[in-house]
Ligand binder design. Structure first.
Ligand code: UDX
Length: 445
């Protein structure tokens, strides 16, 4: 089977390389960014993801994956995935410009194609977009071939950074939104070839295009809501003696109706998807005159949680003006170099409002953070420089470099004050008599 993948960002590249790992597939990746294409031609990944470099080298060697900027190369493809980014516009609306342009280009290619094919939207788009906007664009550009020989399909992705390859190779479910039997058949052929007979018992959900689009939004809405929920419980725990949020999470998580995952309290959720998708859904609700207070509350709870981290510090230390505070961890979670919607931005800006001398450190994202942070900050060359002489330290992500630290390290370098562990990585007993306060978020014992 010949597969095309348009848009070789994070989702596109993982999709392309994973599909090409199967000997039945030849994959052509197309990206308008020629620099990205030439990096890929040298078999290195422009995107950091566990296992991606290795598999990319393997599929390049086997000549099952090639990258190009020429849409014309898609002419031989049976299935073409569109994996172009759909960022948030300034008003929270979803910016469809790049996706529409890609759809137009694909439409012009299939105008000259003489075999049946499916065009599959993997980009996250508001419900109704695939059928009403993208299909119309392709239909116009393809000279009506769209309906005669092509089918439009929605196939949302559920890839989390750091485990994206595993999420693709061993998915929890496959969601396919279709409007005709040809599209359904082509997708069944593709995924049964890739995953094996019966899709290896992976739940395979064939539904309407609109349902598939909304499943993606509902997924991210629910996951982020779980995190917001446990962060609210965490704030309740902090007011209650002998209380710890992880004990509550485990006490409720054994109930299969609730489930144990995504109940780890922290400094709020971040990342490239959650806020963007929630804003997209809020915008959808606005356009349809829907009142969705839980959705809005999810966003404000998250903003409150980020500010709350600084409030804990200021309640402990008192006036923060002129004090040095070290911030360890600038990515939105550990094991990624992604700083999109990272909690660190909000926390640094909250500290700066209080005239704090902010010193930051991250094992992988220093350069990017310095470029994108609009606040006056000091950038430490290592952990030691970040915490040296600090009146307070906030640890935001559980990188293994941070997990390894202990009370001796902090007491040797901090001036005193308070250490806030937002991910509860350290053993509280270890800090007894350390000469400074150790605060684990969501714990009051
Ligand atoms: C998410 C979804 O998981 C994925 O399915 C979707 O396709 C893209 O968005 P990702 O952005 O990689 O993936 O991050 P994820 O691992 O879901 O974490 C999101 C944020 O929530 C992070 O800031 C993380 O630290 C936080 N989080 C997550 C918690 O604070 N507690 C948890 O229990 C889980």
């Amino acid at each position: 089977m010949k597969i095309g993948v348009v848009g070789l960002g994070y989702v596109g590249l993982v999709t392309a390389v994973c599909l090409a790992s199967h000997s039945s597939f030849d994959v052509i990746g197309v990206d308008v960014d020629s620099r990205r294409v030439s990096i890929l031609q040298s078999a290195t990944s422009p995107v950091k993801e566990t296992g991606l470099d290795k598999l990319l080298a393997k599929v390049r060697l086997a000549q099952r994956f090639s990258a190009t900027s020429d849409f014309g190369d898609l002419i031989t493809c049976d299935v073409i995935f569109l994996t172009v980014g759909t960022p948030s516009g300034n008003d929270g609306s979803v910016d469809l410009n790049d996706l529409s342009e890609a759809a137009r280009n694909v439409g012009s290619v299939i105008a000259n194609q003489s075999k049946e094919n499916a065009i599959v939207i993997k980009s996250t788009v508001p419900p109704g977009t695939t059928r009403n906007i993208i299909r119309t664009i392709i239909k116009q550009a393809s000279n009506k071939k769209m309906e005669e020989e092509s089918s439009i399909v929605s196939n949302p992705e559920f890839l989390a950074e750091g485990s994206a390859m595993k999420n693709f190779l061993e998915p929890d479910r496959i969601v396919i939104g279709v409007q005709d039997e040809r599209g359904a058949r082509l997708m069944r052929n593709l995924y049964s070839e890739f995953y094996g007979r019966d899709f290896q018992k992976i739940p395979y959900i064939e539904t309407s295009i609109e349902n598939a689009e909304l499943i993606k939004y509902a997924s991210n809405y629910f996951l982020s809501l779980k995190v917001s929920f446990i962060n609210e419980i965490s704030r309740i725990c902090e007011t209650l003696e002998h209380s710890s949020v992880d004990a509550i999470a485990s006490g409720i998580g054994f109930d299969p109706r609730i489930g144990s995952q995504f109940l780890k309290a922290g400094p709020g959720w971040g990342g490239s998807c959650f806020r963007k998708d929630i804003l997209g859904l809020i915008n959808y609700a606005k356009n349809h005159n829907l009142d969705l207070p839980v959705l809005l509350g999810n966003l404000s709870t998250n903003d409150i949680q980020r500010r709350h981290v600084v409030e804990i510090l200021s309640n402990r230390v008192g006036d923060l003006g002129g004090k040095k505070i070290g911030v360890l961890g600038l990515t939105f979670k550990a094991n990624t170099d992604d700083i999109r919607d990272s909690q660190a931005f909000a926390i640094v800006s909250e500290l700066r409002k209080r005239n704090v001398r902010v010193c930051v450190y991250d094992p992988v994202a220093m350069g990017k953070f310095r470029e994108e942070c609009n606040e006056e900050i000091e950038c430490a060359k290592d952990i030691e420089e970040c915490v040296s002489g600090a009146d307070g330290v906030i640890v935001l992500t559980d990188w293994k470099e941070f997990k390894k630290l202990d009370s001796n390290f902090f007491s040797a370098h901090m001036k005193g004050g308070t250490l806030i562990d937002t991910r509860r990585m350290y053993n509280k007993d270890d800090f007894k008599g350390a000469g400074f306060a150790y605060i684990a978020l969501g714990v009051n014992d």
